[in-house]
Design a binder for this molecule. Structure first.
Ligand SMILES: CC(C)(COP(=O)(O)OP(=O)(O)OC[C@H]1O[C@@H](n2cnc3c(N)ncnc32)[C@H](O)[C@@H]1OP(=O)(O)O)[C@@H](O)C(=O)NCCC(=O)NCCS
Length: 197
C-alpha cells in the first residue's frame, strides 16, 4: 500500500499545514530538517521527564533521547514532523513506514503547551500521510499517553498481540517489550477481526 498522495515518506514537503482551533494560536506543521534536531531534542527530553519515577527505573536515563538516537531513528526511516506556534517549535511526532503498517513514534509536546490540542493535531496530521493501519507503542505506566491515544481512536491490544507486534515492528530490548503497551487504530483492529472471522 502506498503513502497517501504517492509521495514517499521521506520526500521534502515544505508545504505548511495551518491548523487552527478557535482560541489557540495558529499552528504550522512541517517536516523536520537536520537543523531542527537541537530544538527537537530539547522538546523530547523536556517532555520525557514525565516518565521519571513512573516508568521502571532501569529504563529511565537522562537525556532520555541522546542526539545519536534521534539521528539513528531518522536513518531508520522515522520521518519527524514538527509543530510550530508563532514561530516556536511546540511539538514533535514521527511516523515510520513498516510495510503493512505504519508506526507513530516519539510523540512529544512542550510541557507548558500540553493539553491544548497540539498532540492531537500532530497525530491527525501524521495519520493523514498514510493509507495503512497505524500502531503506537508506549510505556504501560504512561497512563496519560494511553489516555491521549484512546481518546484519539486507538485501543490497547492484547498482551499476546503486543509481544508479537513489538518483536515484529520495533527494535527494542526484551525488558522494554515487557513494560510497554501497543495501541492500534480502528483499521488494524478491523483487519484483525476480519482475519479471525
Ligand atoms: C502525550 C502528548 C504527546 C499529548 O500531547 P498534548 O498536546 O498534550 O495532547 P492534546 O492536548 O492533544 O490532548 C490532551 C489529552 O491527552 C491526555 N493528556 C495529555 N497530557 C496529559 C497529562 N499530563 N495528564 C493527563 N492526561 C494528559 C488527556 O486525555 C488530555 O485530555 P484532557 O486535557 O481533556 O484531559 C503530550 O502530553 C506529551 O508530550 N507527554 C509527555 C511525553 C509522552 O508521554 N509522550 C508519549 C510518547 S508515546
Amino acid at each position: 500500500m502506498a503513502w497517501r498522495g504517492g509521495r514517499p515518506l521521506n520526500s521534502v514537503d515544505r508545504r505548511p499545514s495551518t491548523l487552527n482551533r478557535n482560541t489557540s494560536p495558529k499552528m504550522n506543521i512541517r517536516k523536520s530538517e537536520e537543523a531542527d534536531f537541537a530544538a527537537m531534542l530539547a522538546i523530547v527530553n523536556d517532555a520525557a521527564r514525565a516518565y521519571r519515577g513512573v516508568i521502571p527505573s532501569d529504563r529511565w536515563h537522562e537525556p532520555y533521547m541522546p542526539r545519536d538516537e534521534l539521528e539513528g531513528e531518522s536513518a531508520r526511516g522515522v520521518v519527524f514532523w514538527v509543530a510550530e506556534q508563532e514561530g516556536r517549535m511546540v511539538g514533535v511526532m514521527g511516523i515510520q513506514d513498516k510495510g503493512d503498517v505504519a508506526l507513530v513514534r516519539h510523540a512529544y509536546v512542550v510541557p507548558t503547551t500540553q493539553r491544548s490540542g497540539v498532540g492531537t493535531k500532530l497525530l491527525r496530521y501524521v495519520e493523514s500521510l498514510v493509507d495503512k493501519p497505524v500502531l503506537i507503542g508506549t510505556w504501560a505506566a504512561a497512563s496519560w499517553a494511553i489516555d491521549f491515544y484512546r481518546r484519539n481512536g486507538y485501543a490497547v491490544v492484547s498482551s499476546q498481540d503486543k509481544d508479537r507486534l513489538l518483536r515484529r515492528y520495533w527494535a527494542i530490548p526484551p525488558r522494554q517489550i515487557e513494560t510497554s503497551v501497543v495501541l492500534a487504530d480502528r483499521r488494524w483492529r478491523e483487519a484483525q477481526s476480519s482475519t479471525q472471522s
